[in-house]
Write a protein that binds this ligand. Structure first.
Ligand SMILES: [Zn+2]
Length: 319
């Protein structure tokens, strides 16, 4: 899976950062998923390799504008490009009514179907190679994280072991492969002794705005990557911004450390943090604060940065 950031600023865009949008790309083919769609997301897409024709589903974490105001324009453009594939939109209650009203009041004719699912009612959403689940977070409005877990990592038969144990190729191999225990030459062969999984299912958690990272403990079990907002440094998050419902770089990093998440990508930075490390306050302040609380692989997202999660669960920046 690849992760491309389409926007990494909180609240308002800056010259270098658009508001929230994260794209998740399938390893093979051109299918992709979008988490949040701040205003201007479709402009960012023009600078990224994905096409609106291949967007499978859009997930919205919460109703605040910097996470969803880009939807109507993006949907309209997909229509003008001739999309016919239905689009799934998984979003908190309110988004469907808003989009339907916009479609109606602006006389927008879409040549494809919108299939809404209310996040509040979402149990497990299985699509393509992924199972998506939600976790309720803590913010000023209902906010959610989406966990993408790879489905169908195919078990493999350990043929070397079978041969070493003198079990010739035949129906027994198929039965063991299908999870059945088999009696062969007077002994019981346990399926679990002969099948292995080539790699652990990949798991990526993309969280919406949230001031209590510990709510993600269960979702982060076995996760390879956590994408989480770090809107402020601790001093601001616990001081002048304490009622805004956001996390500090320190609190997210400490949580990721305690949950054993190997890769942490921070995003959704307040525009007050400047890119130039020699100025104050800067993004570097957020990085230092997070790094001081976390031993794993830490990334601070930038717009259009691309990350690849390898089969073995290694995350690296590739673009
Ligand atoms: Zn936000």
């Amino acid at each position: 899976m690849d992760i491309i950031f389409l926007g990494t600023s909180s609240g308002t865009p800056t010259r270098a950062r658009n508001v929230s949008g994260v794209a998740l790309l399938e390893e093979q083919g051109s299918a992709w998923y979008l988490v949040d769609c701040g205003e201007g997301t479709q402009h960012q897409l023009l600078r990224a390799p994905m096409s609106l024709m291949n967007l499978q589903a859009a997930f919205i974490t919460h109703v605040h504008g910097d996470h969803c105001y880009g939807l109507p324009g993006l949907l309209a453009s997909a229509g003008m490009l001739g999309r016919s594939l239905p689009l799934h939109i998984i979003a908190p209650v309110g988004i469907e009514a808003w989009i339907r009203a916009t479609v109606q009041l602006t006389q927008l004719v879409l040549p494809y179907e919108l299939r809404f699912v209310a996040t509040e009612a979402l149990e497990k959403w299985t699509y393509g190679n992924w199972v998506v689940e939600k976790t309720p977070l803590s913010h000023r409005v209902p906010s959610f994280a989406y966990t993408f877990t790879e489905a169908g990592t195919e078990p493999k038969l350990d043929t070397g072991k079978l041969e070493a144990h003198g079990i010739p190729r035949g129906p027994a191999w198929g039965q063991l492969r299908n999870g059945m225990d088999v009696t062969y030459a007077g002994r019981t062969l346990k399926s679990s002794d002969y099948i292995c999984f080539p790699h652990a299912p990949k798991r990526v958690v993309v969280a919406g705005d949230n001031d209590r990272p510990e709510l993600l403990r269960e979702a982060c079990r076995g996760a390879h990557v956590l994408v989480h907002e770090a809107t402020f440094t601790k001093e601001i998050a616990e001081g002048p911004a304490k009622d805004f419902g956001h996390s500090s770089a320190a609190s997210v990093a400490s949580f990721a450390q305690s949950a054993g998440v190997p890769n942490l990508i921070l995003t959704h930075f307040s525009p007050r943090y400047q890119a130039d490390a020699s100025r104050s306050p800067s993004i570097e302040d957020l990085r230092k604060e997070a790094a001081g609380n976390y031993d794993g692989k830490l990334f601070l997202a930038e717009d259009l940065a691309r990350y690849r999660l390898s089969r073995s669960g290694e995350l690296s920046r590739t673009g």
